[in-house]
Design a binder for this molecule. Structure first.
Ligand SMILES: Nc1ncnc2c1ncn2[C@@H]1O[C@H](COP(=O)(O)OP(=O)(O)OP(=O)(O)O)[C@@H](O)[C@H]1O
Ligand SMILES: [Mg+2]
Length: 262
């Protein structure tokens, strides 16, 4: 039986330096099995660095424990797509020695909406198509943990919805643990069980419903954050309404009566 309290990633006092510059400082968290965690934070906050440390690609101080196999979808710009390789070969790389690879690759290409793209050169794919091919490649060896770095970048709105649907399905049906960096804060709040705010030494990690606007402000500074997710949008909305209309209330029902939602 699946033990939901099992931790598949444990990070303790993680610090990463590039030369003299400390990019991450004393970051600690645990990721429960089967959870979907979204990581948010501004550019340069150390999000990709955190993922690379977890994957063992860079040196770090502290402790990282991984319990399971990992599939990784890197940030788009970090790939050299100029190599002459078609989608079939790109996706089957992790299982290239298996005999029945074609069946598996075809099945996955269908799942990510690229069923007729097998023979196409990777370098000729659009940004969104390439991201989907990357997801197929990350999934081909049936990992326990899926780590994604801005996977939806370049995917159009319809494609994005499908992409997130697929991630939700992987979580619900295949019980894959997902750790995903994204700048789409609204979608993170909608789809993830846990949210991690990261900005170098600033770090908080909570169940999505416990995340506070103050956590976001600390992470992003004093920028205005526009969040699509209903509850969190309301927090910002309230503040705005309060500044304009001191009689505005936090009570949604009363606010309807006062006509603030019109
Ligand atoms: N290999 C490296 N050598 C030196 N500095 C690096 C290296 N990799 C990243 N950095 C620096 O570390 C900081 C964090 O980078 P990182 O790529 O982790 O940010 P990020 O949060 O993923 O940002 P983005 O949202 O733009 O992807 C940045 O200031 C970046 O310039
Ligand atoms: Mg990044």
């Amino acid at each position: 039986m699946r033990n939901s309290s099992e931790k598949v990633i444990v990070v303790k006092d993680l610090s990463v330096k590039f030369g003299d510059v400390e990019v991450l400082k004393d970051v600690s968290f645990e990721i429960p099995k089967g959870s979907f965690t979204g990581i948010i934070g501004p550019n340069g906050a150390g999000k990709s660095t955190l993922l690379k440390a977890i994957l063992g690609f860079i040196d770090y101080e502290g402790m990282i424990v991984l319990n399971g196999t990992v599939g990784y979808v890197p940030q788009l710009s970090s790939f050299n797509r100029e190599f002459p390789m078609n989608v079939y070969d790109f996706v089957r790389l992790p299982i290239r020695k298996e005999k029945n690879w074609k069946e598996k690759v075809d099945e996955l290409l269908k799942e990510v909406g690229l069923e007729r793209f097998g023979q196409k050169l990777v370098g000729t794919l659009s940004g969104g198509e390439f991201q989907r091919a990357s997801l197929a490649r990350a999934l081909i060896s049936k990992p326990d943990i899926l780590i994604l770095d801005e996977p939806e970048a370049g995917i159009d709105e319809m494609g994005k919805a499908k992409f997130y649907e697929l991630l939700s399905k992987l979580k619900e049906e295949d019980h894959i643990t997902i750790l995903m960096v994204s700048h789409d804060i609204g979608l993170i709040f909608e789809k993830c069980d846990n949210v991690m705010c990261l900005n170098k030494a600033i770090h908080c990690h909570r169940p999505t419903e416990a995340m506070k606007i103050e956590d976001l402000k600390r992470t992003f500074g004093e920028f205005d954050i526009w969040i699509r997710s209903d509850d969190h949008y309301e927090v910002e909305h309230e503040k705005y309404e309060h500044s304009r209309h001191p009689e505005a209330t936090n009570d949604r029902k009363k606010r309807d009566e006062n006509g603030y939602n019109k």
